[in-house]
Design a protein around this ligand. Structure first.
Ligand SMILES: *[C@@H]1O[C@H](CO)[C@@H](O)[C@H](O)[C@H]1NC(C)=O
Ligand SMILES: *[C@@H]1O[C@H](CO)[C@@H](O)[C@H](O)[C@H]1NC(C)=O
Ligand SMILES: CC(=O)N[C@H]1CO[C@H](CO)[C@@H](O)[C@@H]1O
Length: 410
């Protein structure tokens, strides 16, 4: 990502602005004194220290306003530029042009996004944008009414180019005080990228925030597990480190303190065949359900899994095994088959207190920001994870993220 050293306000102007801001927020809205301020207090939020900016922003906005809003999908073949109204610049348009890119000998190429901003609401305001595909996330902010360019030197892979041709690059307008949040996002968003970069980000994140260590296995990258050695009750701990589940599991591990993101249990039947009982099996309809799958089928899927899962087979301790009631385990597993995955419980194993759910720099606003962007990029999965869960708690039915946040707000 490009370095962000431009446009920095020095300590002195910052202090003056702070003073003005204190004055401004102390005055009745609309100016009972007939005083018209040259700028809105919201304008200076991005340059304030976050501890100051947040409380001020929370008084200026409702929780819904704090979510990034999806304003446009900019696709290369669009007949006309995408247009929208920003919070600072009333008139914006953007177009995407594919470029040959900088990778010799490949067809992948890159793109240039041209964005025009015009009709600023005030002299000092700015608009903050996040540009995203499922493979990348980048951001920029604009003070001046003119044409800006955002260069994507090369798509990560063919699939990203295909995605962009079909769906375009998603543009999110961030609330102006979100600069601090954006800076934290830089740590978190790459986790969701389905690329080598995303994978490395996940590993680095777990190393940095959880003290995890990773040692590269020598080839082959999987062990030869003898089915005969597996017993009922043996435990499978999975850790996905890439793609749509990788990023989510990383955050989940971090906030719960566990080093696995998914688990399953082995069961052996009377014929000596091994089965895996797990939640999150995807059926033909694409629903994630609880299932009991033959070991061979499960293992084959694990080997093909694009999220590069790390899988540990943990046999039961002999003391526990002697007390493990195999027929009771089978009864329970059979009674659960076909039931939905249980997203509604999953999210609340994470968000289980009013505050203090997230270690810094993650906070509720950041999670909301990620989720609302994820909702846009991965609608199906986000719908399950987030909307179902919150709807269940709120006792509402068909309600998307924004209306859920509105319920919190009220
Ligand atoms: C592409 O080719 C040019 C010259 O043909 C070379 O200077 C450049 O380093 C190459 N770039 C890559 C990424 O290989
Ligand atoms: C094991 O569970 C079954 C119920 O599935 C029960 O009938 C049986 O008594 C249990 N056995 C032991 C040793 O607890
Ligand atoms: C889509 C939309 O709301 N466009 C409006 C943006 O703002 C300009 C100027 O205020 C209006 O003319 C557009 O109609």
């Amino acid at each position: 990502m490009a370095s962000r050293t431009r446009r920095g306000a020095g300590p002195l102007p910052r202090l003056c602005l702070l003073l003005l801001l204190v004055l401004a927020t102390g005055l009745p809205r609309g100016g009972a004194l007939g005083l018209k301020l040259p700028f809105s207090p919201g304008d200076v939020l991005p340059i304030l220290p976050r501890q100051v900016a947040w409380p001020v922003m929370n008084t200026l906005h409702s929780a819904v306003d704090l979510l990034p809003s999806f304003v446009a999908a900019v696709a290369p073949a669009a007949p006309s530029p995408a247009v929208w109204n920003g919070s600072c610049f009333a008139v914006n348009e953007a177009a995407l042009e594919l470029t040959p890119g900088d990778r010799n000998g490949t067809e992948i190429g890159g793109a240039v996004l041209r964005l025009k901003t015009a009709s600023a609401q005030s002299w000092t305001c700015m608009d903050l944008y996040v540009f995203a595909t499922p493979y990348r996330i980048t951001w920029d902010y604009y003070f001046a009414a003119r044409e800006h360019t955002l260069e994507i030197t090369s798509w990560e892979e063919e699939a990203e180019l295909e995605y962009v041709k079909q769906h375009g690059v998603s543009v999110f307008l961030m609330p102006s005080g979100m600069l601090g949040t954006l800076l934290s996002l830089i740590d978190v968003l790459p986790l969701f990228s389905n690329t080598g970069w995303g994978q490395n980000s996940n590993l680095a994140f777990l190393e940095k925030h959880m003290g995890a260590t990773f040692e590269k296995r020598s080839q082959p990258w999987f062990a030869n597990i003898m089915k005969e050695d597996i017993q009922s009750g043996d435990f499978l701990a999975l850790s996905k480190i890439r793609g749509r589940w990788g990023g989510f599991e990383t955050l989940e591990k971090w906030v719960t303190g566990a080093f696995a993101g998914h688990t399953a249990v082995c069961l052996k039947d009377e014929n000596g065949d091994v089965w895996v009982a797990e939640s999150g099996f995807e059926n033909e309809k694409g629903e994630e359900i609880i299932a009991i799958v033959p070991w061979d089928e499960w293992w084959e899927m694990a080997l093909k899994d694009g999220s590069n899962p790390q899988i540990a087979l943990l046999p039961l301790h002999p003391d526990i095994r002697s007390r493990f009631n195999e027929s009771a385990a089978w009864d329970f597993a059979r009674s659960m088959v076909g039931k939905p995955y249980g997203y509604h419980n999953m999210i609340f194993s994470w968000i289980d207190t009013i505050g203090d759910n997230y270690p810094p720099p993650l906070d509720a606003n950041l999670v909301m920001a990620v989720m609302s962007m994820w909702t846009r990029l991965q609608p199906l999965y986000a719908a399950n994870m987030w909307n179902e869960a919150l709807n269940k708690r709120l006792g509402t039915e068909v309600c998307k993220l924004v209306c859920i946040v509105a319920s919190f707000d009220g």
